[in-house]
Design a protein around this ligand. Structure first.
Ligand code: ADP
Length: 402
């Protein structure tokens, strides 16, 4: 039986797709449609031989989806030869309703819609992608895989804010956490690399991309994570503040006369590394730092100091840590950030070998110093494969139940 799954990640003006073999992780084709809803849109389609970009007109996600189908037909491989068995959809916020992937039906769509209040930028766009894909592929099972689901194992002491309990209950205010598919995938890869069962493995996973989050994983399950009700909490990110005194909001509203929308924009899009250094991309920050730019140096100190604090607190949460794991764009590709993060944490048993840290080869890398008590690993993430795996498992389970 085929194991090919079409993975869809639908944003408000973009749609990413990939056909991946859920058993092997091999991608047969992938693509990105950008500027959906604008006058000019474009589609880039990659298969095993080429990458092709088309100018297209995509007023909505349904039109984008039909361009995607056309790209498969014209550029290959054809959807017929791929023999898809399911469509897996990334959905950002599963809230308190979904602790596992779920086969999509009308009531699942209604709940995803109801959860839009918690993720106004993401869930409506995810839902549009689901509806367009259902129309394009009516005979395939569609599965929603939630970014928050992996973190539903967090104990209440970790997910509860010390907010008035009545207000928290009424408005469902709690820590949800995000990047769950990445944390889940990377944790399994790390345990496998260490030759340990998931259930016996304790990890601190640092997903450092444009968005960034740290997760404490005990026995394969998330027990704490740095992102909160929204992806704003926690680590310093490309453009987000991460942790900040909530009173700054009231202060800016009262003193600077900023509106809630201004502050939302400030915290989410004009802060983080961009706000501190003028550069959002960590490559530019590191280059500026090397060139002696003191603002970039100070920004990196804030970035890595925050990371050290989370690492320290997750050591306290976990007790025993088998490995610290770096993943995503920055975690996988920046030896400088890894070195700055670990330096000074030798008393926790951490330490990296400078040569191994600068090696670049595919797959999991152990960059630990020989005498380190706790391993440091670099594990490439693969969210599409994880979504494909979870989608296929969900479809098979529901067939078994039927
Ligand atoms: P996201 O999926 O959150 O958009 P990624 O995981 O793709 O992000 O990471 C993107 C970020 O990775 C870029 O903003 C860039 O800062 C960083 N990055 C990629 N390569 C390097 C590198 N060699 N050195 C430092 N940072 C890098």
């Amino acid at each position: 039986m085929s194991s090919q799954v079409l993975v869809i990640n639908s944003g408000s003006s973009s749609l990413k797709y990939q056909v991946v073999n859920a058993r092997t992780g091999v991608a047969a084709a992938s693509g990105l449609i950008e500027r959906i809803g604008y006058t000019h849109s474009h589609l880039t389609h990659r298969n095993n031989s080429d990458s092709t970009t088309w100018d297209i007109k995509a007023e909505d996600h349904a039109q984008a989806m039909s361009h995607m189908q056309q790209a498969f037909t014209t550029l290959g491989p054809t959807l017929g030869e791929l023999d898809l068995v399911a469509v897996g959809h990334r959905v950002v916020q599963g809230g308190y309703r979904f602790g596992a992937p779920v086969q999509i039906n009308d009531s699942v769509k209604t709940i995803i819609d109801e959860l839009s209040g918690l993720a106004p930028l993401h869930n409506p766009a995810n839902l549009e992608g689901i509806i367009a894909a259902e129309e394009a592929f009516p005979h395939l099972p569609h599965v929603a895989v939630f970014d928050t689901a992996f973190h539903m194992t967090m104990p209440a002491r970790a997910s509860t804010y010390a907010l008035n309990a009545e207000v928290a209950r009424q408005y469902r205010v709690r820590k949800y956490g995000f990047h769950g598919t990445s944390h889940s995938y990377v944790s399994k890869q790390a345990a496998q690399f260490l030759g340990q069962a998931d259930a016996d493995t304790n990890l601190i996973v640092l997903h450092l991309g444009n968005g960034a989050s740290a997760t404490a994983v005990a026995g394969g399950a998330s027990v704490d994570t740095s992102m909160g009700l929204t992806p704003l909490e926690g680590l310093v990110m490309g453009t987000r503040t991460g942790d900040i005194d909530p009173a700054v909001t009231m202060y800016l509203a009262r003193t600077a006369g900023m509106s809630m929308d201004d502050i939302d924009d400030l915290y989410n899009r004009r802060s983080g590394m961009l706000g501190l250094t003028g550069h959002q991309d960590m490559r530019d920050v590191v280059a500026a730092c090397r060139a002696g730019n003191t603002q970039a140096q100070a920004g990196l100190e804030v970035y890595t100091y925050r990371l050290k604090k989370y690492i320290g607190s997750y050591f306290a949460v976990l007790g025993r840590v088998d490995a610290l794991v770096f993943t995503a764009g920055i975690g996988e590709n920046s030896p400088d950030i890894r070195e700055l993060t670990i330096s000074g944490l030798e008393h926790l048993g951490l330490g990296i070998n400078p040569d191994r840290n600068r090696e670049s080869k595919p797959g999991v890398l152990d960059i630990s110093a020989d005498d380190a008590l706790v391993r440091t690993l670099v594990v490439p993430t693969n969210e599409e494969w994880e979504i494909a795996r979870q989608a296929l498992d969900t479809v098979q389970e529901s067939k078994d139940e039927a």
